[in-house]
Design a binder for this molecule. Structure first.
Ligand code: FES
Length: 185
């Protein structure tokens, strides 16, 4: 049986068979590398280009349940999220806590659990009375202010509003690694 040959007209007089095969393999390898790298690049750039609808408010219940002396309360809210061309629901962790930073309402703040360093999930250490990040050890006060570690700023507050006595929050994404919080739109 005769081996498969490239079309005769694809081989110029100056291009021998070996050269043509080498050239074809090089092009094929480059195309494969580009295709394989697309998911990786999208994953790496997601914090920069990812986004949410930003228009939806999530109910957290009556503001009265969040007493000034209680520990931060972790909650999960559903957020509409755009990933490329697709839209879908995802769950996001937040903390309701006491505080008077920008974005607070009646002494209550809602913080995103996303670490402003590299995006790990920040945890509340009840015994120590601080937030800590298990990835690189950043620590934050109960109101989210920066205490220590590689995080460039404190935990980010989320927009809040009161609707008929109910606390509502709007989830947002913020850029990592910046000293000041900047919304990802
Ligand atoms: S991701 Fe939180 S300290 Fe690095």
């Amino acid at each position: 049986m005769e081996a498969l040959k490239p079309p005769e007209d694809a081989i110029t007089p100056k291009m021998g068979r070996r050269r043509f095969i080498g050239w074809a393999m090089g092009i094929g390898g480059a195309v494969t590398a580009v295709l394989l790298s697309i998911p990786l690049v999208r994953f790496a750039l997601y914090p920069i280009f990812g986004g949410s609808s930003g228009a939806r408010w999530s109910g957290l219940g009556s503001i009265d349940q969040f007493t000034p002396n209680s520990d931060p309360t972790r909650k999960t809210i559903k957020v509409m999220q755009l990933a490329g061309w697709q839209e879908g629901m995802s769950e996001k962790a937040i903390y309701v806590t006491k505080g008077n930073r920008n974005g607070s309402l009646n002494g209550v703040e809602v913080l995103t659990a996303v670490c402003p360093h590299l995006g790990c999930d920040v945890q509340w250490a009840a015994g120590k009375g601080i937030f800590y990040c298990p990835c690189h050890g950043s620590r934050f006060a109960p109101d989210g202010k920066y205490l220590a570690g590689p995080a460039p700023r404190g935990m980010d507050t989320l927009p809040l509003r009161l609707s008929n006595g109910q606390l509502e929050v709007r989830y947002q994404y913020y850029r990592n690694l910046l000293p000041n919080k900047e919304i990802v739109t």
